[in-house]
Design a protein around this ligand. Structure first.
Ligand SMILES: NC(=O)c1ccc[n+]([C@@H]2O[C@H](COP(=O)([O-])OP(=O)(O)OC[C@H]3O[C@@H](n4cnc5c(N)ncnc54)[C@H](O)[C@@H]3O)[C@@H](O)[C@H]2O)c1
Length: 273
């Protein structure tokens, strides 16, 4: 497949591009920054929130699919989050309709359901329950994928990624870890599953202590091979562990992330200039 990968300069992109290439795909990078050193394939520098720039990039070569990773993976205020995650998704979907591209795999997040109490079987039909404006923006992006699947027949798989890391570094990751190898396997499944329509899967490895049900991903062909349990005895116990295991969003559900939805309005109301 010929696949455009947005956010290709980021931590996931720098694993996914070579991973997809190794599987025989042609992966074309797009980011608002130039290609990292060592990348020698095609690359577009563009802002995914700019619909004209996105259409130019999408129309520059034949494509079978898009992987949309671009976005700020941290919490901000609501307008920034919607700009970074929801508007970028809209610009890509519009360009895909114009160019007749029928498949998108999206880097959604566990924070779309981050306020859900942790259990061992959270399914994809659980109601959206974001823990942050970041999570709200991911829920809205997923809603756009669903709309474009219904309106235009686009196959759109939202991958609610847990914690993508080379290896677990905190006890929460025993439940939430997505290994680099499983990340590539997950996106490969999301890109090649036959006619999924709109679908959601949880992007974690086969963790013994997983909070999410992997059935939906398995139905799409995602077969994770790694397990964070191998690190269980080496991860330090901390005071944060009990809180971080109470809801699936972990620290994002904590009070330090409570902030006004509209940052500027909040500053004005405090009398700031
Ligand atoms: N890393 C994780 O554990 C994790 C977990 C859940 C979801 N996600 C999602 O996966 C995606 C990638 O995450 P990451 O960890 O690689 O993040 P990252 O910050 O390492 O990389 C993001 C990349 O996107 C680019 N980018 C941001 N906004 C852009 C825009 N408007 N136009 C073009 N490029 C833009 C940045 O330049 C950067 O290279 C994000 O959407 C994030 O929300 C990541």
């Amino acid at each position: 497949m010929q696949i455009l990968v947005t956010g290709a300069a980021g931590s996931i992109g720098q694993v996914l591009l070579p991973g997809l290439t190794a599987l025989g795909h042609t992966a074309i990078g797009l980011d608002r920054v130039p290609a990292p050193g060592g990348h020698d394939g095609a690359w577009h520098v563009a802002d995914c929130a700019d619909p004209d720039a996105v259409l130019d990039a999408v129309a520059s070569q034949p494509l079978d699919a898009v992987v949309h990773l671009a976005g700020n993976p941290s919490e901000s205020d609501l307008p920034d989050a919607l700009h970074s995650h929801t508007l970028t998704t809209a610009a890509l979907l519009d360009a895909m309709v114009t160019q007749g591209i029928g498949r998108i795999a999206y880097a959604s997040s566990n924070h779309a359901v981050g306020r859900t109490p942790a259990c061992d079987s959270l399914g994809v039909d659980s109601r959206p329950r974001p823990d942050t404006y970041y999570g709200v923006a991911k829920v809205a992006a997923e809603a756009l994928l669903s709309l474009f699947a219904d309106r235009h027949g686009i196959d759109a798989v939202a991958c609610r990624i847990g914690s993508f890391l080379p290896e677990p570094t905190a006890r929460r990751h025993l439940a939430t870890w997505l290994s680099p190898g499983d990340c590539v396997r997950m996106f490969e499944a999301a890109l090649t599953a036959p006619a999924p329509g709109f679908a959601v899967l949880y992007g974690i490895s086969a963790n013994t202590r997983a909070w999410w049900d992997l059935t939906a991903g398995e139905a799409l062909g995602y077969q994770p091979q790694d397990d964070a349990e191998a690190w269980a005895h080496s991860l330090p116990v901390t005071d944060q562990d009990v809180f971080e295991a109470s809801v699936v969003g972990g620290p994002f559900a904590g009070p330090e992330f409570h902030r006004p939805a509209l940052g500027n309005a909040a500053r004005l109301s405090r009398g700031d200039q």
